[in-house]
Design a binder for this molecule. Structure first.
Ligand SMILES: [Zn+2]
Ligand SMILES: [Zn+2]
Length: 165
């Protein structure tokens, strides 16, 4: 299969070295405000740009606008690791089709082949910071295969009650 990676908008990603610092007073004020992600203790970023009112600098740089995979409306995306925590698979290193894809496309595609699984999840909490659902302790990075196996073995793909009858 030929991978047409040029459809990915990596070329439009923001260059972090061109980000502009906020004013001294604003930076001082921000030291008391934390990153909105459950499980992150860092202060808000001192740089202007996307996510500046919600995230610390480390997590701001993981946003899709910078070519990362983080989305504010899906807090769990910021905790995705570069390998499957079940089998160790790292698509950037182990996927034979990605080997010839140049960076940054290889990482963007490879990270798409990893999912973030919620160990425990209730309703729409998945997209919020409620109930600790998106705390890193409740998240596990899984490759597509392990994620499907887990989903099937837990019966998550069946309608409620199908397995209980
Ligand atoms: Zn953070
Ligand atoms: Zn796996």
């Amino acid at each position: 299969m030929k991978i047409n990676y040029k459809t990915l908008a990596a070329s439009k990603a923001r260059d972090p070295s061109k980000d502009v610092l906020m004013g001294k007073y604003a930076i001082l004020k921000r030291q008391n405000s934390k990153c909105f992600l459950d499980g992150c203790e860092n202060a808000l970023t001192s740089y202007k740009g996307p996510g500046s009112n919600k995230l610390c600098r480390a997590h701001q740089l993981k946003m899709r606008q910078y070519g990362g995979h983080g989305r504010i409306d899906r807090p769990y995306t910021f905790w995705k690791k570069d390998h499957c925590e079940e089998c160790g698979h790292n698509p950037m290193r182990d996927n034979s089709q990605l080997i010839n894809v140049p960076e940054p496309y290889r990482t963007i595609l490879g990270m798409m082949l990893l999912h973030v699984d919620h160990v425990r999840v209730g309703g729409k909490d998945k997209y919020t910071n409620s109930n600790g659902v998106n705390h890193p302790k409740n998240l596990k990075t899984l490759c597509v295969e392990c994620h499907m196996l887990k989903t099937f073995s837990k019966g998550d793909h069946w309608k409620d009650g199908f397995h209980s009858k």
